[in-house]
Design a protein around this ligand. Structure first.
Ligand SMILES: [Zn+2]
Length: 242
């Protein structure tokens, strides 16, 4: 039970309520900042693009390795062809059967080299495509990253402004609350927690500002005459005559 509630304490309780409501609004604003939500989306996009880039890089690197392998294979084939052809034209081999065998060996080496060259061209085309896929993904990622950084600065400054407003309300609330008896403050907190954040309301022109119900004039008269702690008969909030 609240033993006594002086009119100064009750007026200050309305101040506490005003600051608490402002703090609630600012907390809500912080939690639902559209810029923060957009920033989260952008960061998610960047993470997805980074995953795509990792896959595209792996694909491009595999093609580059395959290109190196085929180029190496062709280089070896060229050396071998050169070696066999110089044997063929040197006149060192004169046996017709051996010559024929050497000729077919050179022909086979040239066919293999041709096949490797065809493969290499295909790989080079695929690698060009992979390179351009990779660079367009990187450009998209870099663009989003730059926007995310800019938005991050905007969010930080918005949050900073809200925080300094919050600090102002918290300081003023603490000052006002210091003048209020503990039991009254406790009742207020209890009501606030169950009544949508509003535990104390002004009685203005016979209307409770907590539930916006007009109270009977006899009831209003009684409250004004009695003074002290009064509650709205409709919403049970603490009523402060103003
Ligand atoms: Zn009410």
């Amino acid at each position: 039970m609240v033993k006594e509630a002086g009119s100064v304490a009750l007026q200050n309780l309305l101040d506490v309520q005003a600051h608490d409501s402002a703090i609630d609004r600012l907390d809500h604003r912080k939690a639902t900042l559209p810029e923060s939500q957009r920033l989260t989306e952008l960061n998610d996009n960047v993470a997805e693009l980074n995953a795509d880039i990792a896959i595209a890089t792996k694909n491009r690197d595999e093609l580059a390795r395959e290109q190196d392998r085929l180029e190496g294979e062709m280089g070896l084939a060229d050396q071998k062809i050169q070696r066999e052809e110089s044997r063929l034209f040197s006149g060192a081999v004169s046996n017709p059967r051996e010559l024929k065998a050497l000729q077919s060996e050179v022909a086979m080496l040239k066919r293999n080299r041709g096949a490797a060259e065809d493969g290499l061209l295909e790989i080079m085309v695929a690698k060009d495509t992979a390179d351009s896929t990779l660079s367009s993904l990187e450009a998209e990622r870099d663009g989003k990253l730059a926007r995310a950084e800019e938005l991050g600065r905007t969010v930080a400054s918005l949050l900073g402004a809200i925080d300094s407003e919050l600090e102002g309300h918290q300081g003023a609330r603490a000052q006002a609350a210091a003048t209020i008896p503990a039991d009254l403050l406790e009742l207020y907190e209890k009501l606030r927690s169950t009544k949508g954040g509003v535990g104390a309301a002004a009685l203005e022109g016979g209307t409770c500002q907590g539930c916006h119900t007009r109270l009977p004039s006899r009831e209003v008269e009684r409250m004004v005459n009695e003074g002290g702690l009064q509650r709205c008969e409709n919403c049970r909030r603490i009523l402060v005559v103003v």
